[in-house]
Design a binder for this molecule. Sequence first.
Ligand code: ADP
Length: 216
Amino acid sequence: MPVRQTETPRSHIFTVGLTGGIGSGKTTVAQGFAAHGIRIIDADEISHALTAPGGSAMPAIVTTFGTTMQQANGALDRVAMRRLVFSDPGARQRLEAILHPMIRSECVAQLERADSPYAMLVVPLLLESEAWRARCDRILVVDCPPELQVKRVMARSALTATEAHQIIAAQISRAQRLAAATEVIDNTGSLSALHTRIDALHQHYLLESAKPFSKS
Ligand code: ADP
């Protein structure tokens, strides 16, 4: 007689979803956990690879949007695409319909291969998607005031303050993000304060992931 399986399948690795607004410090935090040997699966990195020269999403993007969204080297023209999706919600939906399923299946494949005590899934839009939330055992939010986000984004990229504010306004609100968090990293302070917090959280997640039924 078949035995009903009640335990978490072995293929499920304890997964910490890391999210936060643009410029909040997700990449910096992920690097801190990676230094502890934690496997990081980064949806943005996967998205970049899919839209790089020869990327698997490029044929569908060219079919849908034409060659004007493609650079001479075959990669997605990110600046042109960002402008289009901000002015045309339908275009955003068409782009997401191409990219999101591809990103999701690559993330799942990487999680299945992860060999660390727990894994970290870095997804900027984690909280906007129930499928992503459901895949995560914990939700870690990196938080800092919007003024600091804008300042940090402008220091690292060619985005203007207006563009940075536009991106922040298009994302889930700070309050909603904080309400969904199981843990929060306040990244208002120094990098060394950030690393102290990361070290403590890593110890916490090691303990949590070792529990037999750690999904709450
Ligand atoms: P995100 O991945 O969320 O967009 P990043 O980790 O790339 O954010 O951080 C944005 C910028 O701010 C980067 O240049 C990063 O080095 C810098 N940064 C992050 N945290 C701090 C901090 N606590 N102090 C100073 N600079 C920081």
